[in-house]
Design a protein around this ligand. Structure first.
Ligand code: AMP
Length: 282
């Protein structure tokens, strides 16, 4: 695996590879890698791409300064995992490389409705930051395919919108399924910060998603939502949202709409740790 820290160097390398007919597949991450990240690499490898990963903990997408300061960092271990997973290129830029001249100079995009609900509403400025960093990384790497995890469902929609706004028709998005622990908890870098007792109850989020999916015959979502909120609160969570939405455009729903693609999404805090998860209803 080749590691680049400078924009100029990685661009030269990728251009050379493109001339040789190689197709770049890009997996942006914030590090503290786990099997979820590695599943994106496995998919890119299956697709025969030149696998380019980035590790950059982007300050502009953290609306909570403490969350940024406490975000787990484990670059040495990450490098080992990437080598084992068959990653070809790692981009490990400094803030100055990503935001030359300062963060305030980065281009911003308006995501409209998507930025007013769920993660957008609960984390003001978060998607603006995601848009800034992804736009910049796409500009640098110019991948043919961008691999994202369904774990961040709303983020996938925001990035799709970003790509259409940027007008870069070179990049297509591949969304990969959420990798989970055997009990169902979605893998997340933030899980590392859970205490043993928090870890034990963290699975309740997944159990709520399963329960929401299984109760579609109830018609109304209100009661199911209340049950989940109460269960999560009883387990010690501070619930941010338990939602049901149209899976295509994230219009929020109060009733199950049989025949429409639907997704259920939950965000809740246990202690200081904020967890999110979602499930597309079958
Ligand atoms: P992050 O490092 O959290 O910014 O995540 C980098 C990429 O990995 C994003 O596209 C995430 O959606 C994806 N990802 C994170 N957790 C998982 C998971 N449990 N399963 C699949 N993909 C994931």
């Amino acid at each position: 695996m080749v590691i680049f820290k400078n924009v100029k160097d990685i661009q030269e390398y990728i251009s050379g590879k493109k001339v040789a007919g190689v197709r770049p597949g890009f997996i942006p991450t914030m590090g503290a890698l786990h099997a979820g990240h590695l599943s994106l690499i496995a998919k890119a490898r299956e697709d025969g791409m030149l696998i380019i990963c980035s590790i950059f903990v982007n300050p502009t997408q953290f609306n909570d300064k403490k969350d940024f300061e406490q975000y787990p960092i484990s670059v040495e271990e990450d490098i080992e995992l990437l080598v084992k997973a068959g990653c070809d290129v790692l981009f490990l830029p400094s803030q100055e490389e990503v935001y030359p001249g300062g963060q305030q100079k980065a281009a911003t995009y308006d995501f409209g409705y998507l930025d007013t609900i769920l993660e957008g509403a609960k984390r003001p400025g978060h998607f603006k930051g995601v848009g800034q960093v992804v736009a910049r990384l796409l500009e640098i790497v110019q991948p043919e395919r961008l691999y994202l995890g369904q774990k961040d469902y709303q983020q996938c929609m925001v990035i799709n919108k970003l790509i259409s706004k940027m007008g870069t028709d070179i990049t297509s998005v591949v969304i990969c399924p959420t990798m989970r622990e055997p009990d169902g908890l979605a893998l997340s870098s933030r899980n590392r910060r859970l205490t043993e007792s928090q870890r034990a109850v963290a699975v309740t989020i997944y159990q709520c998603l399963v329960s929401i999916e299984s109760k579609q015959k109830m018609g109304s979502f209100a009661l199911v939502k209340k049950e989940c909120e109460e269960l999560l609160a009883a387990k010690g969570f501070d619930v941010e949202y338990v939602a049901l939405a149209n899976a295509r455009d994230l219009t929020l729903l109060n009733t199950y709409e049989p025949g429409y693609p639907m997704v259920t999404l939950i965000a809740a805090r246990i202690g200081e740790i904020r967890l999110i998860d979602n499930m597309v209803l079958g």
